[in-house]
Structures are given as structure tokens and as C-alpha cells.
Design a binder for this molecule. Structure first.
Ligand SMILES: [Zn+2]
Length: 73
């Protein structure tokens, strides 16, 4: 299961939680459910997106874009 960082809006604490697909994020400190996921700490999304952009540009230059599209937001 992936580990995510969350920020609790109720007690203002950050926590790391293991999340399954259907799990609800609940603050371990106060039990609150107003958890905001912090993606920047654990998963550097923006870096991946920047890399995907480079890969896509390279693929377009080479004329094959079939690796991209499905599942990409
Ligand atoms: Zn809390």
C-alpha cells in the first residue's frame, strides 16, 4: 500500500498514513476526517509530470505516441 502524507485540518498536524484504495483517511492524532493529502512530500508528482512531458515530446519526435494517453491525466 502506498504511504501518503496528510495534513489534518482539525488539529493542524501532519501524519503519514498507509492508504488502500477504499480507505478513508482518518487523523491518528484526533480522529478527524478532514485530511488533506500532501502529495509533494511522498510522491514528487510535479517531477513525474515534467518527466512525462519530456518522454512524450521524445516519443512524438520519434513518431510513436501509443505509450501515452490511457491513464494519463
Ligand atoms: Zn487531527
Amino acid at each position: 500500500m502506498p504511504l501518503y502524507s496528510f495534513h489534518c485540518a482539525e488539529c493542524d498536524k501532519d501524519s503519514e498514513l498507509l492508504m488502500g484504495f477504499s480507505d478513508e483517511a482518518i487523523c491518528p492524532a484526533c480522529g478527524g476526517k478532514k485530511m488533506q493529502r500532501l502529495t509533494s512530500k511522498v510522491a514528487p508528482d510535479f517531477k513525474l509530470k515534467a518527466k512525462a512531458k519530456i518522454w512524450r515530446a521524445a516519443a512524438e519526435r520519434e513518431g510513436h505516441t501509443s505509450n501515452f494517453g490511457k491513464g494519463e491525466k
